[in-house]
Ligand binder design. Structure first.
Ligand SMILES: *Cc1c(COP(=O)(O)O)cnc(C)c1O
Length: 394
């Protein structure tokens, strides 16, 4: 029997099971829709998953970035380094606090921020010029944070790891230790997003992880208006204070995630390893199918001593006729996507002085990149269809 199957295949997609639905319904019927027990549970399970000491659940990944910038006191005098190949939010969080974003070009072999170029920049400016850097585990490929930390320590920088693409990713450091993205070993803070295209979906949602207690306490406060009831943190901790007493100690926000969404996040997180396995299988099949072509270009150690474990949020190929392939796939209901238009070329960042031509590696990467469908429920049949169409076009 040959029936012509019609597919509609996006580049990324959430996977909601009956268990997920049950978890949300149970929370809807429980006492707390927000500020309840699901928040602590999500935080402690997520911290366990990535191997960090602390985790702070927030309303989305962008809020996570903003809170991190606030907690690190980013202000009008701050200059912060990041990559142009990322989602705009990685840079915008610095602008929210009035700081200056300083882009550094990518390494064409990995498409991650080029830490040698970061070093050159740091060397060619007086110490103290830069306050921090926001490396991004783009696509799910972990940045070598051990190397970033060395630079950060030498030049007095903090590090926010934007790990939105990489929960479950890791690299092996020089001491032969596995360093999971967001574990807080080298970065001061790390952030994640639970937008439906990411590994773990809660609709909207985000998480900050850290091993620093002082930053953790600050983030918890900033997430909810700068208010605390924690007796250890109160400025006026008098025996005569009633049970209602709280202090708003600094200007914070309402960046809370509701329990309803935390429950969905917890349920999704319980399948994280299984879903990661699926992503690896899909990546393996693409690798195999394209091994005799020139479209797979990333060079990084996949095995052995310096192994990097790619979390495969995205499976990116590079091809000369990118627009042709993109359009051809769309005609076949395959909705590949482009990640990313370099942030410095966005009109907003151009209005701040950046221009096309500033970061040649990022711009040439952008000219040819295309993200193929990559999500755990992509079937082998669907993937074969994608592979067949890609190969027939190129
Ligand atoms: C998704 C994403 C964000 C923002 O997360 P939201 O939850 O959508 O606010 C930030 N950085 C990167 C790299 C992302 O992919």
């Amino acid at each position: 029997m040959t029936t012509k199957t019609t597919f509609s295949i996006p580049y990324g997609k959430q996977n909601i099971t009956q268990d997920d639905i049950n978890a949300v319904v149970e929370t809807l019927q429980a006492d707390f829709l927000t500020q309840g027990p699901k928040i602590d549970e999500f935080e402690s399970k997520f911290a366990d998953y990535v191997g960090s000491k602390y985790a702070v659940a927030v309303s989305n990944g962008t809020a996570a970035l903003h809170l991190c910038a606030l907690a690190l006191n980013v202000n009008e005098k701050s200059k912060v380094i990041t990559t142009p190949i990322t989602f705009a939010a990685s840079a915008n969080c610095i602008k929210y606090c009035g700081g200056e974003v300083v882009f550094v070009d990518i390494d064409p072999k990995t498409s991650l921020i080029d830490l040698d170029k970061v070093e050159e920049l740091l060397k060619s400016n007086p110490k103290g010029t830069f306050e921090g850097m926001i490396p991004v585990d783009f696509m799910g490929l972990p940045v070598n944070l051990e190397k970033a930390r060395k630079l950060a320590d030498e030049y007095g920088l903090w590090i926010i790891e934007d790990a939105c693409h990489a929960p479950g990713g890791y690299f092996i450091d020089s001491q032969n230790r596995k360093q999971s993205c967001g574990n807080g070993a080298y970065a001061d803070l790390a952030i994640f997003s639970f937008h439906p295209v990411k590994h773990i979906a809660s609709g909207e949602g985000g998480m900050i992880t850290t091993s620093d207690k002082a930053l953790y306490d600050k983030l918890v406060k900033l997430r909810t208006h700068g208010i605390t009831k924690n007796p250890e943190l109160l400025q006026e901790n008098l025996p005569s204070n009633g049970g209602w007493y709280y202090e708003m100690q600094e200007l914070g926000y309402n960046y809370r995630i509701p329990d309803i969404l935390a429950a969905l996040g917890i349920s999704q997180l319980s399948r994280a390893n299984e879903m990661m396995q699926k992503r690896q299988e899909i990546a393996g099949r693409y690798d195999e199918a394209f091994k005799d072509t020139k479209i797979c270009f990333f060079q990084y150690p996949r095995e052995g001593k310096n192994k990097i474990f790619h979390a495969y949020h995205l499976y990116v190929i590079q091809t000369e006729n990118r627009k042709g392939l993109y359009d051809y796939l769309r005609e076949n209901n395959i909705f590949a996507q482009v990640h990313y238009i370099p942030v410095h070329t966005m009109p907003y960042y151009q209005s701040l002085g950046y221009k096309k031509g500033d970061f040649p590696s990022a711009e040439s990467y952008y000219e040819s990149c295309l993200s193929l469908p990559m999500y755990p429920t992509l079937t082998e049949e669907e993937q074969n269809f994608v592979i067949e169409k890609v190969l027939s076009f190129i």
